[in-house]
Write a protein that binds this ligand. Structure first.
Ligand SMILES: Nc1ncnc2c1ncn2[C@@H]1O[C@H](COP(=O)(O)OP(=O)(O)OP(=O)(O)O)[C@@H](O)[C@H]1O
Ligand SMILES: [Mg+2]
Length: 373
């Protein structure tokens, strides 16, 4: 098989960076910017991309970005940008790049916008018969509760990530608690609140890499199954004491989760083959249905009867080595960080005609064996 080595590119990494020393502007939530990357993540990403001979440059995904892009003129952007406010911030930088006709990695505008909005995502999944917990969006906090929603309930901002707005008060047991939290979230996060039935069971997250035509463009085509997709080993969040009210809060997400097997997570999760198949299938369908591209991570939790329910999909999953769930899943199957990053790069680049397709020999035709004549 011919391996098509692409030419070397100038890659701009686009991200928002955490600055622990900077004071937060007034009027932003206490956990604002929790989804920003650390500069160490950028360095790791640069080294990974450079192992394949590319040149990299880091650009802050701030309001200067359009001007800096014009100056730097990258061949392609590795997109980690979270966006700045509005109702679809993760779609802002992809939209800008499309307007400027600059290639970039990962999901495009619509999928990034939809996946940030957990209510909209769940409506789409529900329409396609994917299992989600009963839910309702609160715009004011005064809406009457739909009958299918039963306490205890779970309430979170409809358009945040990294556990923002999720702490122990997200679990509400009474009408009064629900109303108080809804008002707080709507006011503090300046967006609707999503109310769902509380899912008391185990929690998993499943990473997906690939595309129907991935084998033709990937650096490591053997990673992908026949349908062009790779399913990472399932990661289970360790609920510690296994209390029925355990949740993965913003605070928990800010800490090192520890090595595999110890407190924090299990990967691969200890699940029955049937549950594994179900979880991987759901993550795959969740990805395809919202038109996510190349990489995503879907969170799933079991309900009181042990049935999986989709919580949300991350089309811009964290990629901090040895820390982000996707990297832990990748490490659990001995896929080096560099390979994970370069797969995302080449899958992205191939959509912009930057990678020569590889010839795939047709599947051997099975000639039925006939007994006698
Ligand atoms: N309906 C629910 N029932 C029980 N727990 C829930 C429910 N929805 C969310 N959670 C808990 O809250 C956590 C955060 O929720 P969710 O995944 O929607 O937020 P996020 O901030 O977007 O996460 P990420 O860091 O993956 O972007 C989940 O990991 C889970 O522990
Ligand atoms: Mg999540």
């Amino acid at each position: 098989m011919i391996i098509n080595r692409p030419p070397k590119w100038k890659i701009a990494i686009l991200a928002n960076i955490k600055d622990e020393n900077q004071t937060k502007p007034e009027g932003v939530p206490p956990d604002a910017f929790a989804d920003y990357d650390s500069i160490e993540t950028i360095y790791a990403l640069q080294s990974a991309l450079e192992t394949d001979g590319h040149q990299t440059v880091f650009l802050h995904a701030d309001r200067e970005l359009p001007y800096n892009l014009r100056e730097v003129k990258p061949d392609i952007c590795f997109n980690l940008a979270e966006g700045l406010g509005g109702d679809a911030r993760e779609a802002q930088v992809p939209a800008l790049l499309e307007m400027l006709a600059i290639p970039y990695t990962g999901s495009r505008v619509l999928a990034n916008g939809i996946s940030l909005d957990k209510t909209l995502t769940k409506r789409i999944w529900r329409d396609r018969r994917l299992p989600v917990a009963p839910f309702q969006e609160f715009q004011t906090g005064e809406e009457s509760l739909r009958p299918e929603l039963r306490f205890p309930l779970f309430i979170k901002p409809a358009r945040e990530g990294t556990g923002m707005g999720v702490d122990t008060k997200a679990l509400v047991r009474s009408e009064a608690e629900l109303r108080e939290r809804a008002r707080y979230l709507i006011q503090t996060y300046k967006q609707p609140a999503l109310v769902e039935n509380f899912l008391p069971g185990r929690e998993f997250t499943v990473g997906i890499l690939g595309r129907a035509d991935a084998k033709r463009f990937a650096r490591r085509p053997e990673l992908y199954e026949k349908d062009g997709f790779h399913r990472f080993p399932i990661l289970e969040l360790d609920s510690g004491e296994k209390t029925a009210s355990w949740i993965y809060t913003n605070e928990a997400k800010s800490k090192d989760v520890g090595p595999v097997g110890e407190e924090g997570f299990f990967c691969p999760a200890d699940v029955s083959p049937e549950l594994e198949k179900k979880l991987k299938h759901l993550a795959f369908r969740a990805h395809v249905i919202i038109n996510a591209l190349d990489v995503s991570r879907t969170d799933i939790r079991l309900d009181e009867d042990g049935n999986p329910r989709l919580i949300e999909i991350n089309t811009l999953p964290g990629i901090t080595p040895n820390y982000s769930d996707l990297c832990l899943q990748s490490a659990a199957e001995n896929l080096p960080y560099e390979d994970l990053i370069l797969e995302i790069l080449y899958l992205g680049a191939s959509r912009w005609g930057m990678v020569e397709p590889r010839e795939i020999p047709p599947e051997p035709v099975k000639i039925p064996y006939r007994l006698g004549r």
